[in-house]
Each structure stands twice: as structure tokens, then as C-alpha cells.
Ligand binder design. Structure first.
Ligand SMILES: CC(C)(COP(=O)(O)OP(=O)(O)OC[C@H]1O[C@@H](n2cnc3c(N)ncnc32)[C@H](O)[C@@H]1OP(=O)(O)O)[C@@H](O)C(=O)NCCC(=O)NCCS
Length: 329
């Protein structure tokens, strides 16, 4: 059997829509306040797509930036994988729209649906293809237009979500010399499928006037249950990724930006402070599959990741799903 190809992250990119939605905007139509939202979530503002702007548009911007950072052209790609729960259409995949628009003429393209774990699932899939010698260049993207799927009359959920896209180019480590993926893990527990759920529009409740009337096309969540699950899994995944490594080797943890309090509680459990943690939830809210790649790209741009140090990517979400990766930058 051929030996495993070591895989590296050759470049990252991200994009957020122009429209900034501060917490105060919700005060005009909901019983909520900037103070409540900041205290309970850490979110101060989020970005929402403009009319006519869709998930694939965000993907194209972020994807092109990642290709530029990696120094390759779209025509060199063997794979385009998009993690999203808010595709442009139920059919076909958003990845195919992106493949066409960026000119990835040689690439296979598909979406993965693992909600907030979408980027890490896409990245793990691409890593496995490259490691097995079945592909050499892959563009992986996490992207969402969540503002199109939230019930603006439900204060417990609509304030949480934002729109964004983040991307990374993966290739053999020998070709890029950076960002080696050392460890990955994915997990799921479908018994918790109703914790975060869009019940209408699938084969159980195909879209009808009634499902729309009952607002079944919007995201519903059991915030408190998710909170407990999230703290437990975030802390366990960080420990699992770093097991056997000297803590001094850690450069940065890039966690799913779900709620500032969840991140803080998870860090507390593993006995860490936030100096080695990337947090940007104050600007973007929870952008599901996009949080990890956007935060990773911002960390790269801000020079927060020292070459040779370890980076932990960690996410969890609807499914329930979870995933993590350990990278040597
Ligand atoms: C949603 C979340 C912010 C709520 O925070 P919380 O501290 O758990 O708050 P609770 O749900 O216990 O609600 C406390 C009170 O605030 C109220 N409340 C909820 N949203 C509010 C808002 N936007 N403004 C003001 N009050 C609000 C609730 O109605 C509740 O009132 P009650 O005590 O009179 O019933 C938090 O649970 C969370 O972040 N959960 C995970 C989010 C998630 O699922 N993300 C998607 C998956 S990754």
C-alpha cells in the first residue's frame, strides 16, 4: 500500500457581507436589548447578506482569496467542497455553482451538510483524499447565509446568527511547507437531531403552504441544551487534540464562535485562559460552518499564528455533530 501523503494548509481566505447589523437594530422590533445580547452571547454585531447576495457569492469571494494566498489557480484544483446548511438551492450543490464561477474546470465538487461542523467535515474529507493520493489540490469552504433561515420574531435565535464564508486550500505538505494536518476527528450523535432543527422542506414535511404558515422553514433551537453539549464537547475535543503534546507548543485555539460564554466555560474546564484563543464573535455572531475558517483566516492575517506552533480547530453543531483538527503551522 502506498504511504500516506502528509497534507498542509497552503492558504486561507474569508469574506463577510458589507451590511453590519448592530444589536440595537433588534430593539426596534423585539423585546431584547444590546445589553442582554452582549452579556449572554458576547455578540455586538453581525453581517447579513444584501438582497440578491447568496451563499455561493460569499464562497466565491472567500475561495478566490484562499487560492490567491496559496498561489495556485482554480484550474489547478481537483476538488471543491463546501460545508453549508444554507445552500443556494436544495439541488444542485452550492459547490457546483462555485466550481463553475471560479473556473475550477478539472475539479469534482460537492457539499457536505454537518451544520456548524461543516468546514471541519469538508476539510477532513479533502485531507483524506489528498492523504490517500486521490487528489492533490482542494478548496474547502465553510459558508452561510443564515439570515435567510432565522425567524425574526424569535428573540432566542435570530440575534445569534450571521452570514460569512471562510476557505482554505489544502495540498501535499511537501508542496506548500506549512500548516501540516497532524490529527483530525469527527463525531456525531443523531439522537440529538431536534436540538437544532429545520423541520420543513425535507421529505418528512415537504414544503407546502401549511409548512410555510407554520414557519417550519426556519431554524429552531433548544439553546440551553445546546449550551451544555457545546461546553462538554469543546473542552473534550481540545484535550483530545493536544494529548501527548507539550502545552508550550500550542500557538492558538480557533473554536467555533457559538457564544462567548460557551468558549469561556470550555476554556475554564481545560484550565486555559483566552490569550491563546481566537475570538471574533463580537463582530460576526455565529456564522455556523463559516466561523472556524473566518477566525483562522483573521488569525493568519493578524499574525497571531507563529510558524511551527500548534493550532487546534474545533467545532460542533446540529446533528449533533462535532469535529476537530490539530495543525502544525
Ligand atoms: C441561546 C442562548 C444565548 C440563551 O442564553 P441563556 O443564558 O441560555 O438564556 P436562556 O435560554 O436560559 O433564557 C433566559 C431568559 O432570557 C430570555 N431571552 C432569550 N433570548 C433573549 C433575547 N434575545 N433578549 C432578551 N431576553 C431573551 C428567555 O426568554 C429567558 O426568559 P425567561 O427566563 O423569562 O424564560 C444560549 O443558550 C446559547 O447560546 N445557546 C447555544 C446556541 C445555539 O444553539 N447555537 C446554534 C448551534 S451551534
Amino acid at each position: 500500500m502506498a504511504s500516506r501523503v502528509r497534507v498542509g494548509i497552503a492558504g486561507t481566505g474569508s469574506y463577510v457581507p458589507e451590511r453590519v447589523v448592530p444589536n440595537a437594530e433588534f430593539e426596534s422590533f423585539l423585546d431584547t436589548s444590546d445589553e442582554w445580547i452582549v452579556q449572554r452571547t458576547g455578540i455586538r454585531e453581525r453581517r447579513w447578506v444584501a438582497e440578491g447576495e447568496n451563499t455561493s457569492d460569499l464562497c466565491v469571494h472567500a475561495g478566490k482569496r484562499a487560492l490567491e494566498a496559496a498561489g495556485i489557480s482554480a484550474a489547478d484544483l481537483d476538488l471543491v467542497i463546501v460545508g453549508t446548511l444554507t445552500p443556494d438551492y436544495p439541488l444542485p450543490s452550492t459547490a457546483c455553482l462555485v466550481q463553475d464561477r471560479i473556473g475550477a474546470t478539472k475539479a469534482g465538487a460537492f457539499d457536505v451538510q454537518a451544520a456548524c461542523t461543516g468546514f471541519l467535515t469538508a476539510m477532513n474529507t479533502a485531507e483524506a483524499f489528498i492523504a490517500a493520493g486521490r487528489a492533490r489540490r482542494a478548496l474547502v469552504i465553510g459558508a452561510e447565509a443564515l439570515s435567510r433561515f432565522v425567524d425574526m420574531s424569535e428573540r432566542g435565535s435570530c440575534i445569534l446568527f450571521g452570514d460569512a464564508a471562510g476557505a482554505a486550500v489544502l495540498m501535499p505538505h511537501e508542496d506548500c511547507g506549512q500548516g501540516e494536518v497532524l490529527r483530525t476527528t469527527l463525531g456525531a450523535d443523531g439522537s440529538g437531531f431536534e436540538f437544532i432543527h429545520i423541520s420543513g422542506g425535507g421529505s418528512v414535511h415537504p414544503a407546502t403552504h401549511d409548512t410555510v404558515e407554520a414557519k417550519q422553514h426556519y431554524i429552531r433551537l433548544k439553546g440551553r441544551d445546546v449550551f451544555r453539549f457545546a461546553v462538554k464537547h469543546m473542552s473534550q475535543l481540545i484535550e483530545e487534540m493536544l494529548e501527548g503534546y507539550d502545552p508550550d507548543e500550542l500557538g492558538l485555539i480557533v473554536p467555533h464562535q457559538v457564544n462567548r460564554r460557551i468558549i469561556d466555560a470550555a476554556l475554564d474546564r481545560v484550565g486555559m485562559t483566552d490569550e491563546k484563543v481566537m475570538v471574533n464573535i463580537q463582530h460576526y455572531g455565529n456564522t455556523s460552518a463559516a466561523t472556524v475558517p473566518v477566525a483562522l483566516d483573521e488569525a493568519v492575517v493578524q499574525g497571531r499564528i507563529e510558524k511551527g506552533k500548534l493550532v487546534v480547530l474545533v467545532a460542533f453543531g446540529a446533528g449533533l455533530t462535532w469535529g476537530a483538527s490539530l495543525i502544525r503551522w
